[in-house]
Every structure is written in C-alpha cells, then in structure tokens.
Design a protein around this ligand. Structure first.
Ligand SMILES: [Zn+2]
Length: 85
C-alpha cells in the first residue's frame, strides 16, 4: 500500500482571543481553540461569552449576566412606577 502524505487531512487549529468590551479591571481575557472559527465561537458561547460579530467585540460571562440583570431591573422599575401612578 503506497504511503500518501496527503491522506492525513490537515486539521486547522483556530484560536480566538476574547477581551471583555466592558470597562473593568482586570480586563477579562480568554482564549478559545477549535478546528474552525465558528467552533471557537461556539465554545466561547458555551462558556457564557457573548460575541458581537459586527463590532468584533465580546462581553465576558459576568458582564453578560450583569447587563441582563440591569435590563430586567429597569423593566421592573418602569412597571412599578406605572403601577404607582
Ligand atoms: Zn466583563
């Protein structure tokens, strides 16, 4: 059987370095690896990161949670005010 060097498919390793776009110290940095770029993104999303492809920025899991809570509290606040008046 001839040995064909091309028989082994090349498996690319992509790395995705994420920095949190929220202003806090220390800036959270995480590196995700995968065989495809979208695989990296999927791993990051699984870890709780939010990736904004349009702006090429990302939000760390704790900021994502915090921003979600702020949005919810704001909605509840408005709801309460509406009830009072
Ligand atoms: Zn953050």
């Amino acid at each position: 059987m001839p040995i064909d060097g091309n028989a082994i498919p090349y498996v690319g390793i992509y790395t995705l370095d994420l920095f949190c776009d929220q202003l806090h110290e220390p800036r959270v940095e995480m590196t995700f690896t995968g065989q495809t770029f979208s695989g990296c993104c999927a791993n990051a999303r699984k870890a709780g990161w939010r990736i904004h492809r349009a702006t090429k920025t990302a939000t760390c899991p704790s900021c994502t949670r915090r921003l979600r809570n702020v949005a919810r509290n704001f909605a509840q606040d408005r709801e309460m005010r509406r009830t009072v008046r």
